[in-house]
Design a protein around this ligand. Structure first.
Ligand SMILES: [Ca+2]
Ligand SMILES: [Ca+2]
Length: 336
């Protein structure tokens, strides 16, 4: 009777070795161009068909300590039931991906501050001298003063001088108690520079969406189709009437800390909701202008079903590379 478990053990670990090169912990590419091996724990979990990766990253090197391995393979992305057809959410399509690493969290103010301290980097919003702020962060008199600086198609956004990642909620605001909140008022170019500094890169849209889906096909959210499983909030979005009655039933009127709302088996947090996330992709692949639109994913704490039902994995939107706002951040990815 004891031969069965032994047989299974041999099968699993033989499979792990041949697929992953588990005996080698050096992740550098080998001289002959062979793909770098994956760490032991991850290989073994993959070989055993485990869907939870979160307990197997403790001993990995610091550079991927807060990242999850997204297993390569064939994934269905997009949808044939688009909520916003003009956003080109469809059609559903099959893509093939290599393994890659994805940040578990949106980039935080603390992390971005280290980058700025090290490089003396100045964000585009700081150079422009302004960024876009949501109306409820302005007093009624400030709203009257700035009414000519609203976005015509979305009058709840005001262009406000002095707002930047350092002053995210108004010119007099600070980062106090916001260290673990996502950095905002960062442009696509700012995001690219941060990811480079940390030895990573922005995820492509295909990578972002496959990571969002957590290995599930045709589901709306990273965890499934039900917005509130067991009646609990799984994402930081808007409850109540938009744009004047935010009930904040999920606990957050504005951003939430980056490690709230774990959303799928890849241990990714706040993929949908909290802040929109820049991806590497052009909105229009043929755009050769100086300031093209880039794809952003995931929706934000300002999204409500009645207005911006974009806190779905297939949803997408766009901003020009130099854009910044109080609900737009990013996370980084890395080749495996
Ligand atoms: Ca909320
Ligand atoms: Ca997000």
């Amino acid at each position: 009777m004891k031969t069965i478990p032994i047989f299974i053990w041999i099968f699993l670990f033989h499979d792990a070795s041949s697929d992953c090169g588990c005996q080698k912990l050096d992740r550098n590419t080998t001289p002959d161009g062979e793909k770098a091996p994956l760490p032991d724990q991850v290989c073994q979990q993959r070989a055993q068909g485990a869907s939870h990766y979160r307990d197997y990253y403790g001993e990995l090197e610091a550079e991927i300590a807060d990242m999850s391995l997204i297993p390569g393979g064939s994934y269905l992305l997009g949808t044939d039931n688009p909520h916003f057809p003009a956003d080109r959410e469809g059609p559903e399509r099959q893509v093939k991906l290599e393994d890659f690493y994805m940040d578990k969290y949106e980039v935080s103010n603390d992390a971005f501050a280290k980058f700025v301290l090290d490089t003396n980097y100045t964000t585009e919003a700081e150079r422009f001298g302004d960024s876009f702020l949501f109306k409820s962060l302005l007093s009624p008199s400030e709203q009257r003063e700035l009414e000519d600086f609203r976005v015509a198609s979305a009058v709840w956004w005001y262009k406000v001088a002095g707002v930047s990642w350092r002053h995210p909620n108004g010119v007099d605001s600070s980062l106090e108690n916001l260290g673990r909140h996502p950095v905002v008022h960062v442009s696509w170019r700012d995001a690219v520079e941060y990811c480079k500094w940390v030895g990573k890169r922005l995820p492509t849209e295909v990578e972002w969406e496959s990571a969002c889906r957590g290995g599930k096909d045709r589901k709306l959210y990273p965890w499934g189709n039900k917005l509130m499983p067991r009646g609990e909030h799984w994402t930081n979005i808007w409850q109540g009437d938009f744009p004047d009655g935010n009930l904040a039933d999920d606990g957050f009127e504005f951003t939430s800390p980056v490690d709230t709302f774990r959303q799928n088996v890849y241990d990714l947090h706040n993929m949908v909701g909290n802040v929109w996330e820049w991806t590497a992709d052009l909105w229009d692949a043929n755009d050769v202008s100086d300031n093209p639109n880039r794809v952003k994913k995931g929706g934000s704490y300002l999204c409500h079903k009645s207005y911006c039902y974009r806190y779905r994995c297939a949803a997408r939107s766009q901003n020009t590379e130099d854009s910044s706002a109080g609900n737009l951040g990013f996370r980084c990815a890395k080749n495996a």
